[in-house]
Ligand binder design. Structure first.
Ligand SMILES: [Zn+2]
Length: 250
Protein backbone atom coordinates (compact mmCIF):
# COMPACT_ATOMS: atom_id res chain seq x y z
CA UNK A 1 0.00 0.00 0.00
CA UNK A 2 1.20 3.47 -0.71
CA UNK A 3 0.64 6.79 0.97
CA UNK A 4 -1.45 8.12 -1.93
CA UNK A 5 -3.99 5.32 -1.50
CA UNK A 6 -4.75 6.82 1.90
CA UNK A 7 -4.43 10.51 1.12
CA UNK A 8 -7.61 12.43 1.87
CA UNK A 9 -6.62 15.07 -0.67
CA UNK A 10 -6.51 12.49 -3.47
CA UNK A 11 -10.10 11.32 -3.01
CA UNK A 12 -13.45 12.56 -4.29
CA UNK A 13 -16.32 12.88 -1.84
CA UNK A 14 -18.12 9.68 -2.95
CA UNK A 15 -14.84 7.80 -2.29
CA UNK A 16 -15.03 8.51 1.44
CA UNK A 17 -15.98 5.31 3.29
CA UNK A 18 -18.51 5.33 6.10
CA UNK A 19 -17.07 6.85 9.29
CA UNK A 20 -13.38 6.23 8.46
CA UNK A 21 -10.57 6.76 10.92
CA UNK A 22 -8.74 9.95 9.91
CA UNK A 23 -5.16 10.63 11.01
CA UNK A 24 -3.76 14.15 10.85
CA UNK A 25 0.03 14.66 10.90
CA UNK A 26 1.05 17.73 12.93
CA UNK A 27 4.46 19.27 12.27
CA UNK A 28 6.04 22.71 12.10
CA UNK A 29 7.97 25.05 9.83
CA UNK A 30 10.93 26.10 11.95
CA UNK A 31 14.70 26.22 11.97
CA UNK A 32 16.38 22.84 12.31
CA UNK A 33 20.01 23.91 12.53
CA UNK A 34 22.16 24.81 9.53
CA UNK A 35 21.84 21.31 8.04
CA UNK A 36 18.19 20.18 8.17
CA UNK A 37 15.20 21.63 6.27
CA UNK A 38 12.58 23.78 7.95
CA UNK A 39 9.87 21.17 7.37
CA UNK A 40 11.72 18.39 9.24
CA UNK A 41 8.97 17.92 11.85
CA UNK A 42 6.27 17.84 9.17
CA UNK A 43 8.21 15.23 7.16
CA UNK A 44 8.62 13.05 10.26
CA UNK A 45 4.96 13.38 11.33
CA UNK A 46 3.80 12.57 7.80
CA UNK A 47 6.06 9.52 7.53
CA UNK A 48 4.92 8.12 10.88
CA UNK A 49 1.29 8.78 9.96
CA UNK A 50 1.57 7.05 6.58
CA UNK A 51 3.10 3.92 8.13
CA UNK A 52 0.55 3.89 10.94
CA UNK A 53 -2.33 4.27 8.46
CA UNK A 54 -1.00 1.33 6.43
CA UNK A 55 -0.66 -0.87 9.50
CA UNK A 56 -4.06 0.00 10.97
CA UNK A 57 -5.71 -0.55 7.55
CA UNK A 58 -4.11 -3.98 7.25
CA UNK A 59 -5.09 -4.93 10.77
CA UNK A 60 -8.67 -3.71 10.70
CA UNK A 61 -9.35 -4.20 6.95
CA UNK A 62 -10.81 -0.72 7.01
CA UNK A 63 -9.52 2.20 5.06
CA UNK A 64 -7.68 4.76 7.19
CA UNK A 65 -7.39 8.23 5.69
CA UNK A 66 -4.37 10.51 6.05
CA UNK A 67 -5.35 14.18 6.10
CA UNK A 68 -3.02 16.85 4.73
CA UNK A 69 -0.46 17.75 7.40
CA UNK A 70 -0.76 20.77 9.66
CA UNK A 71 2.60 22.19 8.66
CA UNK A 72 2.59 25.37 10.77
CA UNK A 73 2.92 24.96 14.50
CA UNK A 74 3.73 26.78 17.70
CA UNK A 75 7.44 27.55 17.33
CA UNK A 76 7.96 30.83 19.21
CA UNK A 77 11.14 29.46 20.82
CA UNK A 78 12.74 29.34 17.35
CA UNK A 79 11.50 32.74 16.18
CA UNK A 80 14.88 34.48 16.19
CA UNK A 81 16.05 32.19 13.37
CA UNK A 82 15.15 33.13 9.80
CA UNK A 83 12.80 30.71 8.11
CA UNK A 84 10.75 29.95 11.20
CA UNK A 85 7.03 30.32 10.39
CA UNK A 86 5.03 29.94 13.60
CA UNK A 87 1.31 30.49 14.16
CA UNK A 88 1.60 30.27 17.94
CA UNK A 89 -0.43 28.64 20.69
CA UNK A 90 -3.79 30.38 20.22
CA UNK A 91 -4.00 30.00 16.45
CA UNK A 92 -2.87 26.36 16.50
CA UNK A 93 -5.37 25.55 19.24
CA UNK A 94 -8.28 26.97 17.26
CA UNK A 95 -7.05 25.51 13.99
CA UNK A 96 -7.18 22.05 15.57
CA UNK A 97 -10.58 22.71 17.18
CA UNK A 98 -12.18 23.87 13.92
CA UNK A 99 -10.46 21.21 11.80
CA UNK A 100 -11.61 18.35 14.02
CA UNK A 101 -15.14 19.76 14.30
CA UNK A 102 -15.27 19.71 10.49
CA UNK A 103 -13.76 16.22 10.15
CA UNK A 104 -16.12 14.89 12.82
CA UNK A 105 -19.12 15.66 10.60
CA UNK A 106 -18.30 12.56 8.52
CA UNK A 107 -15.29 10.78 10.04
CA UNK A 108 -15.14 8.15 12.75
CA UNK A 109 -12.19 8.40 15.08
CA UNK A 110 -9.74 11.29 14.53
CA UNK A 111 -6.13 10.91 15.68
CA UNK A 112 -3.52 13.69 15.50
CA UNK A 113 0.12 12.54 15.30
CA UNK A 114 2.49 15.26 16.48
CA UNK A 115 6.23 15.56 15.83
CA UNK A 116 6.95 18.97 17.40
CA UNK A 117 7.22 19.34 21.18
CA UNK A 118 6.25 23.03 21.04
CA UNK A 119 2.79 22.04 19.75
CA UNK A 120 1.89 19.93 22.77
CA UNK A 121 0.22 22.63 24.89
CA UNK A 122 -2.00 23.82 22.03
CA UNK A 123 -2.86 20.28 20.95
CA UNK A 124 -3.75 19.23 24.48
CA UNK A 125 -5.94 22.30 25.00
CA UNK A 126 -7.73 21.76 21.69
CA UNK A 127 -8.28 18.04 22.18
CA UNK A 128 -9.51 18.53 25.76
CA UNK A 129 -12.09 20.98 24.43
CA UNK A 130 -13.10 18.67 21.58
CA UNK A 131 -13.47 15.67 23.88
CA UNK A 132 -15.65 17.79 26.17
CA UNK A 133 -17.83 18.27 23.07
CA UNK A 134 -18.04 14.44 22.87
CA UNK A 135 -15.94 14.18 19.74
CA UNK A 136 -13.97 10.97 19.14
CA UNK A 137 -10.51 12.51 18.97
CA UNK A 138 -7.11 12.00 20.60
CA UNK A 139 -3.51 12.81 19.85
CA UNK A 140 -0.19 11.06 20.26
CA UNK A 141 3.46 12.13 20.10
CA UNK A 142 6.18 10.67 17.85
CA UNK A 143 8.44 9.21 20.50
CA UNK A 144 11.32 6.79 20.71
CA UNK A 145 13.65 5.73 23.50
CA UNK A 146 16.60 8.05 24.03
CA UNK A 147 17.68 10.50 21.36
CA UNK A 148 18.53 14.19 21.56
CA UNK A 149 16.27 17.23 21.42
CA UNK A 150 16.39 19.22 18.21
CA UNK A 151 18.24 18.85 14.91
CA UNK A 152 20.64 16.44 16.61
CA UNK A 153 21.48 12.81 15.95
CA UNK A 154 17.89 11.53 16.01
CA UNK A 155 16.29 14.04 13.65
CA UNK A 156 19.34 14.02 11.36
CA UNK A 157 19.17 10.22 11.17
CA UNK A 158 15.43 10.32 10.48
CA UNK A 159 15.94 12.78 7.62
CA UNK A 160 18.89 10.76 6.23
CA UNK A 161 16.44 7.86 6.03
CA UNK A 162 13.39 9.77 4.77
CA UNK A 163 14.78 12.54 2.53
CA UNK A 164 18.57 12.21 2.32
CA UNK A 165 18.93 14.81 -0.45
CA UNK A 166 17.66 17.52 1.90
CA UNK A 167 20.36 16.94 4.55
CA UNK A 168 23.38 19.28 4.27
CA UNK A 169 25.67 16.97 6.22
CA UNK A 170 28.77 19.12 5.70
CA UNK A 171 27.13 21.89 7.74
CA UNK A 172 26.16 19.69 10.69
CA UNK A 173 27.59 20.92 13.99
CA UNK A 174 27.10 19.98 17.63
CA UNK A 175 24.85 22.26 19.63
CA UNK A 176 24.00 22.44 23.30
CA UNK A 177 23.93 18.85 24.52
CA UNK A 178 22.50 19.43 28.01
CA UNK A 179 19.16 17.83 28.96
CA UNK A 180 15.87 19.62 28.40
CA UNK A 181 15.48 20.05 32.17
CA UNK A 182 18.82 21.90 32.33
CA UNK A 183 18.18 24.27 29.43
CA UNK A 184 14.45 24.80 29.88
CA UNK A 185 14.62 27.96 32.04
CA UNK A 186 16.87 29.73 29.48
CA UNK A 187 14.86 28.29 26.60
CA UNK A 188 11.57 29.59 27.98
CA UNK A 189 12.94 33.03 28.88
CA UNK A 190 15.14 33.73 25.85
CA UNK A 191 14.44 31.15 23.13
CA UNK A 192 16.66 28.57 21.46
CA UNK A 193 19.27 31.07 20.21
CA UNK A 194 20.21 31.94 23.80
CA UNK A 195 21.35 28.36 24.42
CA UNK A 196 22.45 27.39 20.90
CA UNK A 197 23.56 29.97 18.31
CA UNK A 198 23.26 27.34 15.54
CA UNK A 199 19.79 26.21 16.65
CA UNK A 200 20.97 22.64 17.30
CA UNK A 201 20.13 21.01 20.64
CA UNK A 202 22.10 17.78 20.59
CA UNK A 203 24.85 16.48 18.32
CA UNK A 204 24.27 15.22 14.77
CA UNK A 205 27.61 13.30 14.83
CA UNK A 206 27.07 9.61 14.16
CA UNK A 207 23.70 10.10 12.49
CA UNK A 208 22.88 7.51 9.82
CA UNK A 209 20.01 6.45 7.61
CA UNK A 210 19.97 3.03 9.29
CA UNK A 211 19.57 4.64 12.70
CA UNK A 212 16.82 6.85 11.28
CA UNK A 213 14.98 3.84 9.91
CA UNK A 214 15.14 2.19 13.33
CA UNK A 215 13.88 5.35 15.06
CA UNK A 216 11.01 5.59 12.60
CA UNK A 217 10.10 1.95 13.23
CA UNK A 218 10.10 2.56 16.98
CA UNK A 219 7.90 5.64 16.57
CA UNK A 220 5.45 3.67 14.41
CA UNK A 221 5.39 0.74 16.86
CA UNK A 222 4.75 3.13 19.72
CA UNK A 223 1.98 4.93 17.84
CA UNK A 224 0.30 1.63 16.92
CA UNK A 225 0.40 0.50 20.52
CA UNK A 226 -1.17 3.75 21.66
CA UNK A 227 -3.89 3.54 19.00
CA UNK A 228 -4.74 -0.12 19.65
CA UNK A 229 -4.34 -0.28 23.44
CA UNK A 230 -3.96 3.26 24.72
CA UNK A 231 -6.51 5.35 26.53
CA UNK A 232 -6.72 9.11 26.32
CA UNK A 233 -5.31 10.79 29.41
CA UNK A 234 -6.55 14.09 30.85
CA UNK A 235 -4.77 15.92 28.02
CA UNK A 236 -6.43 13.82 25.33
CA UNK A 237 -3.15 12.03 24.63
CA UNK A 238 -3.28 8.29 23.95
CA UNK A 239 -1.10 6.75 26.65
CA UNK A 240 0.09 3.22 27.34
CA UNK A 241 1.19 2.95 30.91
CA UNK A 242 3.99 0.36 30.65
CA UNK A 243 6.28 2.73 28.78
CA UNK A 244 9.27 3.92 30.78
CA UNK A 245 11.40 6.66 29.23
CA UNK A 246 10.17 8.63 26.28
CA UNK A 247 11.68 11.29 24.14
CA UNK A 248 10.11 13.18 21.30
CA UNK A 249 11.97 15.34 18.83
CA UNK A 250 11.43 19.08 19.02
ZN1 LIG B 1 12.13 18.85 14.87
Amino acid sequence: MTLTQHGLGDLTWPDIPDKPMVIVPVGSTEQHGPHLPLDTDTVIATAVTAAVADAVSLRTRERVLVAPAISYGSSGEHQSFAGTASIGFVALRFLVVELVRSLSAWAGRVVLINAHGGNVAALAAAVRQLRAENRDVAWLPCVTDGGDLHAGRMETSLMLHLLPDTVKAERAVAGDIRSLADILPDLKAHGVRAVSPTGVLGDPAGASAAEGQRSLELMVEDALLRISQGAADVHGMLAVHERATERMPA
